[in-house]
Ligand binder design. Sequence first.
Ligand SMILES: Cc1ncc(C[n+]2csc(CCOP(=O)(O)OP(=O)(O)O)c2C)c(N)n1
Length: 736
Amino acid sequence: MARLLDSLDLPQDLKRLSLQDLDQLASEIREEIIQTVAKTGGHLAPSLGAVDLAIALHAVLDSPRDKIIWDVGHQAYAHKILTGRHAVFGSLRQYGGISGFPRRDESPHDAFNTGHSSTSISAALGMAKARDLKGENFAVVAVIGDGSLTGGMAFEALNHAGHLKTDLIVVLNDNEMSISPNVGALASYLARLRTEPRLLKLRQDIERILEGIPRIGKELAESVRRLKGSVKYLVVPGMLFENLGFTYLGPLDGHDIPSIMRTVEDARAKGGPVLIHVVTKKGRGYPPAEADPRKFHGVGGFDVASGELSRSSGPPTYTQVFGETIVELAAGDPRIVAITAAMPDGTGLDTFGRLYPERFFDVGIAEQHAVTLAAGLASQRLIPVAAIYSTFLQRAYDQIVHDVALQGLHVVFAVDRAGLVGEDGPTHHGAFDLAYLRSIPGITVMAPADEEELVGMLSAALAMDGPVAVRYPRSQGWGQAALRPASPIERGRGVLVRDGDDVAIVAIGSMVHPSLQAAGLLERKGIRAAVVNARFAKPLDEDLLFYVAGRCGRVVVVEEGTSVGGFGSAVAEALARRGGHAIAFRHLALPDAFVEHGSREALLAACGLTPSHIARAAVDLCEADTGAAPKRRNFPARERNELAAGAEVTRWQAQTMLLRDWAVVRPPKPVPGRASRRAAAWTCCLWIAGCSRPGKKPDGPSWRERSWWTACGRTSLASGYLVRPGSSSSRQGSRT
Ligand SMILES: Cc1ncc(C[n+]2csc(CCOP(=O)(O)OP(=O)(O)O)c2C)c(N)n1
């Protein structure tokens, strides 16, 4: 039988379909979603639950003139199919295909980009106010789930909307679920509204009776008015929303298309802020998803017939290792408590929650509250572990700064999904945590090279002081390839995992193993690459960095984080601060742009973060005349002036500069007066500059190395820091 879906011009044609046709269309769309998501993966259960709602809204509204904002946007697949993307729906979440979330650049029907929860009411209110100010006329509808309504922003927006009183419709899509069952007092309140719809009838009956009482005297009239008010309080469903200034309509069956259509029309006619409460079933129309909506919230591929999820074999994911490790650690330390913001499964804390319910807090989709709750717990000497995805932790930046770091509180942040997350795309990539965390004073930021190191880092993090973040990617671990035995984690210390003297690859976290693979590729080309597992983005192991920088003269820094302000910037800052600006330097990182969706592998390749890209960068660095060697021998005027001013010479004097084996520069003895300090500085500069004269020490380092050291020496003096390039000190050399 020909499908309606293939013959309609949507969304316009919805308006002329019979109710029976609308139901028929709903089942066709469900089938389309099931078949597609089985291949592409995606948010199955939420989208199946919202099919009838999407049809009803598009049947009544005139999109894109009227605006529909889908909160989170993970439930908007039917909306996509209904608004011209049916033909390309098979490319859902694929590299180059359509996004799994609403995107303004994808369709004019996507009124607002979403991905993070609880934003829809604010955005809708902004649009509604813009409409009023511009004297325009269109409807604005925010569709928000009961889970997303637990986010503070949603309440901030409800509060403001109730005050502004402009025309705005909020559809509360209540399926009793966040990803896992919704938690909190609000969830219980909504449950009461759902389970006691008789209250609505009761209210109507009571109000009718009260209206019928004749007005005998002012006093009685006033009593009746008060009585009406209190009865309303007792029995009116949605009183919470009414008190916030909304008209509450509902609860309705969210799969009854005509009922939703009528109610939306009523809401438009009523005007002002209206909340329509619809009750839906997550996973509707696909029995396995209806039976287990938690499992089918977000899936990879699955077998439609059996409902079996495709599982990848191989090593456990970082998330699983985190979940298991934190349970083990908690067994030995009752101070450990765990916090999630509505993601017990996603973060791997579900087992912890089952084993230690008293020590486990699912706060709802409330990352800001999660972090400050952790701060409160830490202030009483418990050790909170807040497991939050990198992208969602962005929400709680001020809480990390103001409530945790400023007070030096010991909170452990398990920053999951750090780096590229794959098919969920730009709203979900964990691109920024290294950058936004490392700028916070007193914080420790580390990233394990593999799952073995994650275990060590978690134990170390619990034993440290102050805020500590451990960031790890959305991927499986390295299994047999993991670095074993993982050496003990020492705060601020990296590890030289492979020695070499042509080029140093300094990598952090998920990029350490690819860098080791790159070093293998380079070896075949006769290039000896040192590989540093930096472990810490903060504090940075500057000694190790300068050891390899001095030894190789060329540094490739690799990170799965933004190229702006992250680990690479930390390395570049350290080099600049300590005079290594003449080191040939390449930085491989995520671009300063939002990375699209696609498989993690495809995206890593597109961003140049594979072993072959790393090797290529190292080869380029070795081959290129990078201009690393200073062209001028004379000190630039600015530096000369700084030196003449005697900047920080005494600090410099307190140290010794080692230039490999062959030259030791000892600063002159401390000298009191400013003139003699200046003289001392000049002596040292000239001394170092002298080392660079070609042919002076035929058995010494190359001209290139010497001139680099010269450059370092000059900058050191100017900036007051000392560089120890290429020290042959056995202490550093033996650190692996
Ligand atoms: C700020 C933020 N935190 C966490 C998430 C992860 N997340 C995606 S959907 C979801 C549950 C949303 O529940 P609800 O709004 O009720 O929609 P449903 O899936 O039940 O349809 C969560 C926690 C997110 N998208 N944004």
